[in-house]
Design a protein around this ligand. Structure first.
Ligand code: SF4
Length: 494
């Protein structure tokens, strides 16, 4: 039996489909948890989409045989809109989101609900599979639609589904794909017959269009410094060239093969076990810094949230709920630390801005890691609350991106693994500071934890625990910058 999601896995990678059917034991235990927020948001979007069809009847049942008979029953009763209709037969199984009967043309239209803000190519393949499956089982189809989140939507009071969602017809695109889809379905069914695990090269399919759940297994023999984590990333064509030569480790790449400056520096650092440091360039950059130095980091909610929590926000718009700010008033002065963490179920921006404005004065550099992110948040808060516009504009004018020293390749260490992220740089330059011992050690978890913390339904002891964990996590981000700056100054001034 080939389901729609099996087919999508097949299109991504035929080994993915085979492993999914034969080796579910290899899926990491925390895989579903990692995507819980995405699934949760998807269900919320579905609920809004169903409200667009107030007369719909639900055919869903966990047991697929019951779901099939429920669907047939609703069709027989001439119900015009059916949610989650389940159709199966001749080796294919499909559960659409919504079908609606077109009384004029005597056929069914399909509406597929997606949590994204645009129509992606993979959705055409998704609907093409459904069309083949439903038509093979005797349903005459008409128009085909995607319902997705409207990125222009701004929350103002209760969310109205017709404003929050956009409906796009893709009938022609899907029809153009049906012939190819029939062939692909046959090929996918052949993969299911295989008793031996298929082999395939590791290329971008492991993360495109979705993160595969077998990367731990397929990537287990990839060396630490591999051709997959070269700075700037290699094109598929270049990767294939190296794999043809049996090369997977960066150290084995022949001289002259790499073209990107940072990748060449990384290659040399790994091959000769050296650290590349351009003292002049780093000194030039650090000369821009003016005391007092403010080390700023935001934690935000919204990146994975289709449904905005508060008025004034777009779907998926980042909303800072916390900052950590270390301040060095002058060279060798005592380091100060300030923090803010919103614990209310309300837009955190006004309180955060008010608190920050009291500490960041009109002079001095503001350091951030990947400063474009903090600057974007500042711009948005300034626009949303004009009272703080001037303040945030002044902060942005004085922003200094410490990450650029590493992104530009002025400091390259083999253990950065081709990355300039704080999580890669910190353990090398300041190994005493570590995220490992913290309960929260990356931004995505911080965001989900905060959402849980402010939820009135969350137990108070649990909220308090999350509150403390968030404070520790964000503080480490700014302390990390303080320590990294110290290391850079030591390199230059001794
Ligand atoms: S990890 Fe990559 S190669 Fe392995 S099954 Fe998934 S997509 Fe295919």
């Amino acid at each position: 039996m080939l389901t729609k999601s099996d087919f999508i896995k097949y299109l991504q990678c035929y080994k993915y489909l085979w492993l999914y059917k034969n080796r579910k034991d290899l899926i990491p235990a925390d895989y579903a948890d990692r995507f819980a927020q995405i699934f949760g948001e998807g269900y919320k979007v579905e609920d809004y989409a169903y409200k667009l069809f107030p007369d719909g009847a639900d055919a869903y049942d966990e047991d697929f045989k019951t779901a099939i008979s429920k669907t047939q029953d609703l069709i027989n009763k001439k119900i015009q809109v059916i949610f989650q209709p389940t159709i199966s037969g001749r080796e294919l199984f499909s559960r659409a989101d919504i079908i609606k009967f077109d009384t004029k043309n005597k056929c069914w239209d399909i509406y597929e609900i997606k949590g994204s803000t645009s129509v992606k190519d993979i959705y055409e393949a998704d609907l093409a599979f459904q069309k083949v499956c439903l038509e093979t089982n005797g349903l005459k189809l008409g128009k085909l639609f995607i319902i997705h989140v409207n990125k222009e939507f701004v929350k103002k009071g209760e969310i109205k589904p017709e404003k929050f969602l956009t409906i796009v017809e893709i009938t022609q695109e899907v029809n153009d794909l049906v012939k190819e889809t029939r062939t692909q379905i046959k090929e996918a069914l052949m993969v299911l017959q295989k008793t031996k695990e298929p082999q395939i090269r590791i290329l971008k399919q492991c993360y495109d269009p979705y993160e595969c759940c077998f990367t731990n297994y397929c990537w287990k023999d990839v060396p630490t410094n591999s051709i997959y984590n070269l700075a700037g990333r290699l094109s598929e064509q270049k990767l294939e060239q190296l794999l043809d030569e049996g090369i997977m480790a960066i150290k084995d790449i022949p001289e002259g093969f790499l073209k990107s400056h940072r990748a060449i520096l990384q290659h040399q650092a790994i091959k000769h076990n050296t650290v590349h440091i351009e003292k002049d360039k780093i000194a030039q950059e650090l000369a821009h810094l003016k005391y007092p130095l403010y080390f700023l980091d935001y934690e935000t909610y919204g990146f994975g949230a289709a449904v905005p929590l508060f008025d004034g926000y777009h779907p998926y718009e980042n909303m800072p709920f916390q900052y950590s700010l270390h301040v060095l008033p002058k060279s060798k002065a005592k380091l100060e630390h300030y923090k803010f963490l919103s614990a209310k179920f309300a837009d955190p921006a006004p309180d955060l801005a008010e608190s920050l404005r009291k500490i960041i004065k009109s002079k001095g550099s503001v350091l951030a890691w990947n400063a474009g992110f903090e600057m974007g948040c500042n711009d948005q808060m300034g626009q949303r609350y004009p009272k703080y516009k001037k303040f945030f504009a002044s902060v942005n004018l004085r922003m200094f991106d410490l990450m650029q020293i590493f992104r530009q390749g002025y400091y390259v260490h083999k253990d950065f693994a081709g990355s300039a992220s704080l999580k890669k740089v910190l353990p090398v330059l300041a190994p005493k500071l570590s995220y490992e011992k913290l309960n929260i050690h990356e931004g995505g978890t911080a965001s989900e934890s905060w959402r849980k913390m402010i939820d009135p339904a969350t137990d108070k002891t649990e909220s308090k625990r999350i509150y403390n964990d968030l404070l520790k996590y964000c503080e480490l981000d700014t302390l990390a910058m303080v320590e990294i700056l110290k290391v850079l100054e030591k390199v230059i001034f001794g």
